[in-house]
Design a protein around this ligand. Structure first.
Ligand code: G4P
Length: 535
């Protein structure tokens, strides 16, 4: 077997995806069940238990514990049915849209998890908009059918009406709430009945049967049986066949019903997912053209940087999505931004909060590298001829605050902490257009990021700070040279600042103030940031 064919085979069996959902829909639970079925853990509960344990041992996590949210995200790799699955765990809290956005750039498909009692929720919509923009295939898992749920047909209708998404139910629930017994798999025409377990810690017992009237009558009450029959007739009568190409373009979503907590439908979902989700294929380049995943040379991009993930290893980990070729330890690559050659020696695979060193990885995989200072978010890494992936857009910040170091003796640590938080993409940093004292202005998408920044500066860099909220809500690029920007005529409640690359940015309190500035400076383009969080 040639080296290339091993690479092609390894790429073909990779599935790299993220789960998107509104907080509380059951993402942690589903993740855990996928790991259970993938054999990566043996008893469900381990991941949450680890999380809890980590919350106790890590200062970093104290804030997370207080707020009951997940700030960090990890990459989980497991094998199932001959596939290598990379599950990119996205933070669930709505304040972390930026981080989630960057994670979705590294995924080849996404699973949209919906609480069947609630349907499409605000955060689902936001994240869906990002998937739609990227045109990535989207799988839908309707969760919590073991609780009283909305009518399944109504839920499908909502996906079509609210998200404008075509739907194709892969299976259909028999009963809901107390009456939920299992799901009917449409392709095999078999009913999968599950044994209900209190916490679904181990795999659920399954019995596969037909949908004969007498079978249904033994399982659920007459009304549930009738509803089930009618829905099936409706679906089969509609006669639509599944359009794989439309799914690959993200226009049609296969829908699965189940209950993550009781393991109902989890395995059926996983079996179809690995069969239908695309392996890594092509990545577009900034200059046009693309790289193929099974090209031999290594390429990838940094989509996330995280410092001090673990107090036992106070370092910074850059997460790289491999787009082509293969990684071997000590591989020497170039960083397109700096032109520098970097030896990739400290590579690691992370699983929950444990890390192990990694020798080999293939396109589609995500590898953490602990090379201090070598990487920034969006960096393209490559072997061979230079290449560059499109830049990762910065989100338009919506909340602003100046941050003051209250202990002047720790100036260096303050400046270093701010710079590192900026490189991680945890905050955007602006400086007053004129002025000497270093009192940066932080810009964030979600307000909670300000609190996290303050907390981390104190716990990781030993710097006490004061956050002074500023009334701005809009940041615009001032497309002008230094002197024209300085001469900009702004309303009194607006502020001219510099971003970290020295570019002029104007901050406004309202659209109205922006409109005024546009009228006063018709010759200057006040341009929005490249990426706006989809509403
Ligand atoms: P998230 O990561 O999306 O925020 O959600 P998470 O998995 O933490 O689940 C949120 C709550 O929903 C949890 O309950 C979880 O047990 C429950 N849940 C998840 N999947 C299902 C399901 O299929 N059916 C039912 N009935 N509940 C489900 P909790 O009370 O907040 O926590 P816990 O004490 O149960 O862990």
């Amino acid at each position: 077997m040639t080296a290339l064919s091993v690479l092609a085979q390894e790429v073909a069996r990779r599935r790299t995806f993220a789960i998107i959902s509104h907080p509380d829909a059951g993402k942690t639970t589903l993740t855990e069940k996928l790991l259970l079925y993938g054999g990566a853990i043996h008893v469900a509960g381990q991941v949450s238990a680890r999380r809890r344990q980590r919350q106790v041992t890590s200062d970093w996590m104290a804030l997370e514990r207080e707020r009951g949210i997940s700030i960090t995200s990890t990459v989980l790799q497991f094998q199932y049915g001959g596939c290598v699955i990379n599950l990119l765990d996205t933070p669930g809290h709505q304040d972390f849209g930026e981080d989630t956005y960057r994670t979705l750039l590294a995924a080849d498909s996404a699973v949209m998890l919906i609480d069947a009692a609630k349907g499409v929720e605000p955060q689902t919509k936001k994240l869906f908009a990002i998937c739609r923009e990227r045109k990535i295939p989207l799988f839908t898992f309707m969760n919590k059918l073991d609780r009283p749920s909305r009518n399944p047909l109504e839920l499908l209708d909502e996906l079509e009406q609210v998200l404008g998404l075509g739907v194709y139910p892969m299976n259909w629930p028999l009963g809901s709430g107390e009456q939920f017994r299992g799901v009917y798999d449409r392709s095999s025409r078999r009913l999968h009945l599950f044994e209900r377990r209190a916490h679904g810690a181990t795999r659920a017992g399954v019995e596969v049967t037909d949908t004969h009237e007498s079978v249904l009558r033994d399982l659920v009450d007459a009304q549930s049986a009738a509803e089930f029959r009618e829905s099936l007739e409706l679906l089969e009568g509609a006669g639509a066949s599944f359009d794989t190409d439309a799914m690959l373009r993200g226009e049609v979503t296969p829908v699965f019903f189940g209950s993550a907590v009781t393991n109902f439908g989890v395995q059926l979902f996983l079996d179809d997912f690995i069969r239908m989700a695309p392996p890594p294929s092509v990545h577009a380049l900034r200059s046009g053209g693309h790289v193929n995943a099974d090209e031999e040379r290594f390429s990838g991009f940094v989509f996330k940087i995280q410092a001090n993930m673990d107090p036992r290893h106070r370092d910074r980990v850059a997460f790289v999505r491999l787009c082509s070729g293969q990684f071997e330890r000590d591989l020497v690559v170039r960083n397109a931004r700096t032109g520098a050659a970097i030896r990739l020696s400290r590579a690691m695979r992370l699983f929950a909060d444990t890390r192990e060193s990694l020798e080999t990885a293939y396109a589609g995989d995500v590898v953490g590298f602990a090379n201090p200072g070598s990487f920034a978010i969006g960096d393209s890494l490559y072997e061979g001829a230079p290449l560059e992936f499109p830049p990762i857009p910065a989100f338009a910040p919506e909340h602003f605050a100046s941050i003051r170091n209250t202990d002047t003796a720790s100036y260096k640590a303050f400046a270093k902490g701010i710079e590192q938080l900026r490189e991680e993409g945890a905050v955007q940093v602006f400086e007053p257009w004129q002025g000497s004292a270093y009192e940066p202005i932080l810009g964030v998408v979600g307000e909670l990021q300000l609190e996290v920044a303050k907390y981390r500066l104190e716990s990781e860099y030993g710097v006490r700070t004061e956050i002074i909220r500023q009334p701005y809500s809009l940041a615009m690029h001032v497309r002008a040279d230094e002197s024209a920007a300085s001469a900009l005529h702004l309303p009194s409640n607006a502020l001219l600042v510099r971003d970290w690359e020295g570019r002029a940015i104007a901050l406004f309190e309202s659209r109205w103030a922006l409109q005024l500035a546009r009228e006063w400076n018709p010759q200057i383009d006040l341009a929005p940031f490249a990426a706006e969080v989809a509403a």
